[in-house]
Design a protein around this ligand. Structure first.
Ligand code: AMP
Length: 150
């Protein structure tokens, strides 16, 4: 594998899962000239990346340590877990925290009830259903500065 840029210790993000969220995050970081790699077990998933994406793509199952090593996990500062499986996300999150000492690990979590498990391991989570519910609530309560329920 060829690493195109040397990884600076203060700027290397690995995204795991190249679905719509992963691809869009990758594009956003790449546009801001951040060093970024994205891993997905299905190479077709990389078609979601924007043509301007300047990072590295790696095909493979990120539950395997070899693929993480290939992505130079030891040099990463941030790992973002956005596969479509909560169990996969938590398993990889624990692995990168414990084996590689990655400080900033953020995981998407579909089931909010599992949040306590992530908290225990000091893993930041984002839960789309909670975020959406909060946003809808906000829109319902404040429409043109007034509550629609007033
Ligand atoms: P989405 O549900 O659209 O956000 O997509 C999630 C992505 O995660 C899909 O492209 C899957 O192929 C990918 N994915 C799921 N499990 C793994 C895994 N163990 N390693 C790498 N990528 C994965």
């Amino acid at each position: 594998m060829v690493i195109y840029k040397s990884r600076e210790h203060n700027d290397y993000t690995i995204i795991i899962g190249c679905g719509r969220l992963g691809a869009s995050l990758a594009a956003s970081l790449s546009n801001r000239k951040k060093n970024v790699s994205i891993i997905d077990k299905n190479k077709e998933a990389f078609r979601k990346l924007s043509p301007s994406f300047g990072g590295l793509t790696l095909e493979g199952d990120a539950t395997y340590i070899d693929i993480l090593k290939e992505a130079e996990i030891d040099k990463s500062t941030v790992v973002i877990l956005v596969t479509n499986n909560d169990n996969t996300n938590i398993m990889i999150a624990q692995m990168v925290k414990e084996l590689f000492g990655i400080k900033t690990v953020i995981a998407r979590l579909y089931d909010p009830e599992r949040e306590c498990v992530y908290k225990e391991f000091n893993i930041d989570t984002i839960c789309p259903s909670i975020l959406s519910a909060n946003k809808i609530d906000e829109l319902l309560n404040i429409k043109n500065g007034e509550s629609i329920y007033a």
